[in-house]
Design a binder for this molecule. Structure first.
Ligand SMILES: [Zn+2]
Length: 331
């Protein structure tokens, strides 16, 4: 795995490489952009370039291999923890009682093997307010041998003060043909499957991999049947909501799918042109008679609202079920 194997993001990769050449590295980066498009992967590859014995992320030297195996002593990765899915103050400030060493303690020690230490905060929007405040002081003036990567799909939820200390690199969604190339070249899928996945994944490799799981794709079809009112009888909103929310972060993939579903129903209803829809593999279920446009509009509003609420510590199962009850078609 090297930089060249990360599909797309050419501008972003070139920008990062130019920092390496000019030796004027920002001490903190903010990698922003939707989930599943390769932000963390890009950060890891970049760290490899910095730590690599040959300075090119060769993939074969000791440093590169240790990064790949996830056991390089100078690479720290923080991510959401626990049921509330946040990054708490202990991880930043440390907690002697719980024997947790915090980032703010770590950064004053010299790196063990490399010239620099890299700290990746994956899901930086989930830093608690206290944690963000504690980190802010650190980011103001960290010892020079540290480099931070804050990674997020919800940039606006990171305090502005924290963001402004970072060099922002924005990652855009992958284009459909880039995704398709990923599915055929890297995952070795056949053309038809790659085509379908590249359409329904909204520019995200992560979403594509999620839909590759047969259970997830089947649940997507159950969901459509339930919402459109087709094939009634053997479905149950409670059970379906439980199964969908059990996929954890997958629930956001289902929610963006629901948005695309209503968009498709709208397009089909208004133009009748099925070549313009996203979910082409299920087009026959989407052809509905006498569609009420208010139903589409109100459902989309509710889905967007649910996407917003789901970011917080809430009972996802209940919220998802409540959504389904409101957007099911009662024709
Ligand atoms: Zn190397």
């Amino acid at each position: 795995m090297g930089f060249e194997e990360i599909i797309g993001h050419e501008k972003q990769k070139n920008l990062l490489l130019s920092f390496l050449e000019h030796e004027r590295m920002p001490h903190a980066f903010l990698f922003s952009g939707q989930d599943g498009i390769g932000k963390k992967k890009t950060a890891l590859e970049f760290v490899k370039h910095i730590f690599c014995e040959h300075r090119n992320g060769c993939g074969t030297c000791k440093a590169c291999i240790r990064i790949d195996r996830g056991n390089h002593p100078d690479l720290i990765i923080l991510s959401r923890q626990g049921s509330e899915g946040s990054i708490g103050i202990d991880l930043i400030r440390g907690n002697d009682e719980k024997k947790i060493r915090g980032i703010n303690q770590e950064i004053y020690e010299y790196p063990y093997e490399s010239e620099k230490r890299a700290i990746i905060i994956d899901g930086a929007d989930s830093l608690t307010r206290e944690a963000a405040n504690a980190l802010l002081k650190t980011l103001e003036e960290p010892p020079p041998f540290n480099i931070f990567f804050l990674i997020t799909a919800s940039e606006e939820e990171i305090p502005h003060t924290l963001r402004s200390r970072c060099s922002r690199v924005f990652f855009t969604a992958l284009r459909q043909e880039q995704l398709k190339r990923y599915f055929t070249d890297v995952l070795r899928l056949d053309g038809a499957q790659a085509e379908t996945l590249s359409l329904i994944s909204h520019g995200s490799v992560g979403a594509g991999i999620f839909w590759l799981e047969r259970d997830n794709l089947q649940m997507r079809n159950r969901l459509v049947e339930l919402i459109t009112g087709k094939h009634k009888g053997f479905l149950n909103t409670t059970l379906l909501s439980e199964r969908i929310t059990r996929t954890g972060d997958g629930v956001t993939v289902y929610l963006s799918f629901l948005l695309s579903l209503f968009r498709d129903i709208f397009v089909l209803n208004v133009s009748g042109d099925s070549s313009m829809i996203i979910n082409r593999d299920i087009r026959d279920i989407l052809e509905l008679e006498r569609v009420d446009l208010r139903w589409i509009e109100e459902s989309m509003k509710r889905i967007q609202e649910t996407i917003r609420i789901m970011r917080y510590n809430v009972n996802k199962w209940l919220i998802f079920e409540n959504l389904l009850l409101h957007i099911m078609r009662h024709a």
